[in-house]
Design a protein around this ligand. Structure first.
Ligand code: PEP
Ligand code: MN
Length: 340
């Protein structure tokens, strides 16, 4: 059960409600959703607490309550019922969800100021609304390039000043969340960290939106539970990003499950972005996968673009040239116009 307190109610009011609920044998969690105090009851065993109707009547008579939602799945604050119209997540030039289409483009990793700034201007001119680029890189091999770290964040901040584009960049630890918050606009949590609960809690405390990628082998349900951690921590600006899952197929780097788009649309109000670059693992498949995602109703795209993919320090094989990105944008715009 999700209880939204009336406007103007404070955390003290919510705590008082939780005490009252505890007296009825119900445990609950307090958080903030938008500008409202919210109490989410834990999912108890049937029969172990008063039935929902009695509980609701008691809550309504004792506290200032705006709305109570009884959601019978583990997907609580992320549930579509919470915001049937869909959430819009905004960060500077970047808006996504609720009819806003967001395009995040840029290199896999920040290599130099020139590479990052050139890419920022090129993707902006082609229609991207945010710049991506990793400063902290989760690499499979400890011997591979690990990113420029804080230096990389400073370069991204320069690219934002130059291009005006919002910055999307990854954090892998709670300390990095703080740094990314300082320099960037959207905190990316990568596939490998989707179930790193301390990191998700740190993202829940952050004051910037979070782009949460799906793990290689996380089910939709597990992925939404990870988003639920961020929401439960008080950050309601969460974007889900499908980036391909691991299946028996190894012809492509991962497998893009397009059905995830309508499935998430039904289950949750959170915006859904698709990353065709990591799914495909090769540049020539990025355009068709991007077009398919747009046709299936994605709220946005995240695409790797590099001035010279052959020389890229990371993920060059799947990175588009500026020309290829322009072509992809034209085609995706046509597909959007076509499906209406
Ligand atoms: C990335 O976006 O460069 C990245 C590391 O992605 P993922 O976490 O999806 O592998
Ligand atoms: Mn990459």
């Amino acid at each position: 059960m999700i209880i939204f307190l009336s406007e103007g109610m404070s955390s003290a009011h919510a705590d008082e409600m939780i005490k009252g609920l505890n007296d009825f044998g119900v445990t609950a969690h307090r958080t903030v959703f938008g500008d409202r105090q919210v109490v989410v009851t834990s999912i108890g065993k049937p029969g172990s607490r008063p039935d929902d109707e009695t509980l609701q009547a008691g809550i309504r008579s004792a506290y200032h309550v705006e709305r109570i939602l009884v959601v019978d799945t583990s997907c609580q604050l992320a549930n579509r019922q919470v915001r049937p119209e869909g959430s819009v997540v905004r960060a500077g030039t970047f808006s996504v969800g609720g009819g806003h289409f967001g395009v995040i483009a840029g290199p896999c990793t920040v290599e130099t100021e020139r590479q990052t700034c050139e890419t920022a201007l090129a993707v902006r001119d082609a229609g991207a609304t945010a710049l991506r680029g990793g400063a902290f890189k989760p690499r499979t091999s400890p011997y591979a390039f690990q990113g420029l770290k804080r230096e990389g964040l400073k370069i991204l901040a320069k690219a934002r000043r130059l291009s005006g584009l919002a910055i999307v960049t990854e954090a892998m630890s709670p300390e990095e969340v703080k740094l990314v918050e300082e320099y960037g606009d959207v905190i990316q949590i990568g596939a490998r960290n989707v179930q790193n609960y301390r990191l998700l809690e740190a993202a829940g405390r952050a004051r910037k939106p979070v782009l949460l990628k799906r793990g290689f082998s996380t089910t939709i349900e597990e992925w939404i539970m990870s988003a639920e951690y961020i929401l439960a921590g008080g950050n309601d600006r969460v974007i889900l990003c499908e980036r391909g899952i691991r299946t028996f197929e190894d012809y492509t780097r991962f497998t893009l499950p397009v059905a995830v788009i309508p499935a998430l649309r039904e289950m949750t109000h959170l915006p859904v972005v698709v990353d065709p670059s990591h799914a495909a693992g090769r540049a020539d498949f990025v355009l068709p996968l991007a077009a398919a995602s747009v046709a299936a109703g994605a709220d946005g795209l995240l695409v790797e673009v590099h001035p010279d993919p052959k020389s890229a320090l990371c993920d060059g094989r799947q990175s588009l040239t500026f020309e290829e990105f322009k072509r992809m944008m034209r085609q995706c715009t046509d597909v959007r116009a076509c499906i209406g």
